[in-house]
Design a protein around this ligand. Structure first.
Ligand code: NDP
Length: 311
């Protein structure tokens, strides 16, 4: 089958979002004397968290947003972390607070996330923001699903009236993704680990969003001809034979080399070969949705600054 889907490049869309944010930061400073500020709190030594936090802080600085990185020790108690959040809640110069997950086991994530002032909750995980999103009110919304909607709109993809299927129902991606698609007037179905006949449900989707965390769970059988396929998953593929059925000929050699060299290659939940052959649009991994998340965090920081300081 010939290659058909158009690639939705996270790099291109993230660049556009960041340019708009930088422009908005300038305006906030010049017109209102506001210097937006994002504080990222990291607890412990999780390597992936360190990479994510550094990238968030660096991007903020690039766009003219003041950023602080508070790094606390692995042994930090829940009480001490609550005190840090409380202090940031009180600081008028702080617009966005992000506590990087996962947290060490002595700390209850839910308790911490609920302590963050909803007006500064740039991750959009606080129940107040979840409730506002659900009611269609102005809210700070989780960055990854918000990024997907932003990307579809920038690509002039019509959402209204489409059948959208979201695979995954986490609070971070699946549920807010479904809610945002609903607000855009899609007819939304949510699938999860107990869904019977996943392929049957997915193959009815005009817009298919995979947010599962299982390599290649979405195959040829799950993709409707001409579907828009959005891959949120981030997984490591290690098996050479599996890789051979995963990528089109144009990508395979490079990916096999990466596996040989590093032992694995980054992939999503969607079989790329199938999405390229059957879909009309596809967000690849890497290079798709992942790049939008940090850009949307910056957008949320500016939104938080405007909502709180200019009300
Ligand atoms: P979770 O593990 O919290 O949720 C996974 C969801 O997938 C659950 O709802 C689960 O169902 C469902 N699921 C698991 N197995 C199956 C199956 N066999 N069939 C159907 N559904 C299944 O993950 P997240 O939502 O946090 O993340 C999902 C993926 O997205 C991960 O790969 C993650 O790394 C990636 N991610 C990427 C981001 C980005 O910036 N690109 C940001 C955030 C996440 P159930 O509820 O029944 O258990």
């Amino acid at each position: 089958m010939e290659k058909r889907a158009e690639i939705l490049s996270g790099k291109v869309f993230a660049k556009a979002i960041k340019e708009e944010v930088a422009e908005d930061v300038k305006k906030l400073k010049e017109e209102h004397g506001i210097n937006p500020c994002l504080v990222v709190v990291r607890v412990g030594e999780d390597t992936a968290s360190e990479v994510y936090v550094n990238s968030k802080v660096k991007t903020a600085e690039e766009l003219g947003i003041i950023s602080e990185h508070k790094h606390l020790s692995e042994e930090t108690s829940q009480e001490d972390l609550l005190a840090v959040v409380e202090e940031l809640n009180k600081r008028d110069d702080v617009d966005g607070i992000l506590v990087q997950l996962p947290l060490p086991k002595q700390i209850n994530e839910k308790v911490i996330l609920e302590k963050i002032n909803p007006e500064k909750d740039v991750d959009g995980f606080h129940p107040v923001n979840v409730g506002r999103l659900s009611q269609g009110q102005e809210a700070l919304t989780p960055c990854t699903p918000a990024g997907v909607i932003d990307m579809l709109k920038r690509a002039n993809i019509e959402i209204s009236g489409k059948n959208a299927v979201v695979v995954g129902r986490s609070n971070i991606v699946g549920k807010p993704m479904a809610m945002l698609l609903l607000h855009e007037n899609a007819t939304v179905t949510i699938c999860h680990s107990r869904t019977k006949d996943l392929a049957g449900v997915c193959s009815n989707a005009d817009i298919l969003v995979a947010a599962v965390g299982v390599t290649g769970i979405i195959t040829d059988n799950h993709i409707k001809e001409g579907a828009i396929v959005v891959d949120v998953g981030m997984n490591r593929l290690t098996d050479i034979e599996e890789a051979k059925g995963f990528f089109g000929e144009d990508k395979l050699a490079k990916r096999l080399k990466t596996i040989e060299k590093r032992g694995s290659t980054l992939v999503g939940d969607v079989n790329q070969k199938a999405a390229m052959e059957k879909g009309s649009y596809f967000t690849p991994v890497p290079g798709g949705v992942g790049l939008l998340t940090v850009a949307m965090l910056m957008k949320n920081t500016i939104k938080a600054a405007r909502m709180r300081r200019l009300k």
